[in-house]
Design a protein around this ligand. Structure first.
Ligand code: GDP
Length: 431
């Protein structure tokens, strides 16, 4: 097996960064296929915290090629800052970074539109976006006026200018309506900025699909990293409270330019409980002290925005939905240690009124919760964080994992019991 896709199986923030970092030890290429700097992955390597927003989580391994695919939207300034920060920490110094020529570019006017729309929306219209311009950049892409990385290169200036003019005609009118005309598209300023980026980008641009095909031809292992989570998928998530891209495994093919037959396995990541940021349905949300206990124990504050995440119980029907739409062949359960803070654990096994994710009325879904014994005494909690094999886990925690696997019909592949790279139980070989 050579190609493994790893995706979020909930509403994002499942710990993809850590899991990809662990699995990347076995891969030669790590590629991202969707989203932009609305993602935020936190890796803890040797006790040191590393946060990435655009660069795939393979960046901690010297020599591992990190690829940003065509399905991504890239804010070049943010990208440059992130790469500089990682290089200052000793990473990506050997030219390990590649960017698809076909990835789309986020400009300041996308950010302005994103923020102003959220500001002006009434309570039900707010999506709770990260205001980083992701949605407007994808809109421009679907509207066939997007600017791609290839347009930033110096020999494409005429095309870049033409594209920006096209955007100006659409964007300035909306900005004026929203009261933000100071952010109007300044074509010449952006053309000059692009000239500055061009030189920096030129050595890393690529055709990501071709690159992966070549790597597979040389028997290399490719790890494909999703962003956000299944229930934020534009088509199959809790629409309209979703992100603007395909977060599910199918997006890996479109977003990288490889065929479905090139994918060998798909692992979905779920926390042992559930969190959500932004607006939209979250049936198992605990708004009281239990939710706060999970937030505190799990440090549930966004890596990108610092926003506190809503916390609640594991939602098994939603996870089963995620397993189906991704064709999951393995499950990675993270943050099992966080539940050790609780005397009792609950899981959602159904919803009242026959509701299910993706149907109208899901925002009113009331969960049917089953209570399970917790593993919440200090001795067990400490032991849990040190577990390196399934057998090291308390019996109740193992029963919890078995129940998740049985309900979803997907085998457990990996269990994470702490933020550190070593706090991982690899149940099955990734490749
Ligand atoms: P991502 O976007 O899916 O990578 O998730 P985030 O990075 O936003 O959130 C995951 C957070 O949980 C990070 O701060 C990780 O360091 C941390 N983390 C990952 N796995 C575990 C785990 O098993 N236990 C604990 N306590 N923290 C974890």
């Amino acid at each position: 097996m050579s190609t493994l896709v790893v995706v979020g199986a909930q509403w994002g923030d499942e710990g993809k960064g850590k899991v990809v970092d662990v699995l990347a030890a076995q891969a030669q290429v790590v590629a991202r296929y969707a989203g932009g700097n609305n993602a935020g992955h936190t890796l803890v390597v040797g006790g040191k915290k590393i946060v990435t927003h655009l660069v795939p989580s393979g960046c901690t391994y010297p020599g591992t090629l990190c690829v940003l695919g065509a399905g991504m939207v890239i804010d070049i300034e943010v990208f440059r800052e992130e790469v500089a920060a990682l290089q200052a920490e000793g990473m990506l110094r050997g030219g390990e970074l590649r960017v698809s020529l076909d990835a789309h570019v986020i400009f300041p006017y996308h950010r302005a539109l994103d923020g102003l729309r959220e500001d002006r929306a009434n309570a039900t219209g707010k999506i709770g976006t990260t205001r980083r311009g992701i949605g407007p950049a994808y809109e421009a892409k679907a509207g066939r006026r997007g600017v791609r990385v290839r347009d930033l290169l110096l020999n494409n200036v005429a095309q870049l200018r033409e594209r920006l003019e096209l955007n100006k005609a659409v964007v300035d009118a909306e900005l004026a309506r929203l009261g933000g005309s100071q952010h109007a598209v300044d074509v010449e300023h952006l053309v000059r900025a692009a000239a500055g980026w061009s030189e920096w980008l030129a050595p890393m641009v690529c055709d990501a699909g071709e690159l992966i095909e070549r790597a597979l031809g040389e028997q290399q292992r490719v790890l494909i990293e999703g962003a956000q989570g299944a229930l934020l998928d534009l088509d199959h998530g809790t629409y309209p409270y979703v992100t603007s891209s395909t977060t599910t495994a199918g997006g890996a093919c479109a977003g990288l330019g490889i065929g479905p037959t090139r994918i060998d396995a798909v692992w979905g990541i779920t926390k042992a409980y559930t969190t959500r940021v932004g607006a939209g349905p979250f049936p198992t949300c605990e708004t009281g002290p239990l939710g706060q206990a999970m937030r505190d124990a799990g440090h549930e504050y966004g890596a990108t925005t610092g926003r506190p995440r809503d916390c609640g119980w594991l939602d098994l029907p939603a996870l089963r939905h995620a397993a189906r739409i991704n064709g999951l062949t393995g499950l990675c359960v993270t943050k099992l240690d966080v539940l050790a803070a609780l005397p009792e654990v609950k899981v959602c096994v159904d919803y009242e009124d026959g509701l299910k994710p993706g149907v109208d009325g899901f925002d009113r879904a009331r969960p049917v919760l089953r209570a399970l014994p917790g593993w919440g005494d200090p001795a067990r909690a400490a032991a849990l964080a040190k577990a390196r094999r399934l057998e090291d886990l308390p019996t109740v925690a193992r029963a919890y994992l078995d129940m998740i696997s049985e309900y979803t019909g997907v085998e457990i592949s990996l269990v994470s019991v702490g933020a550190g790279r070593e706090q991982t139980i690899l149940v099955r070989d990734a490749y």
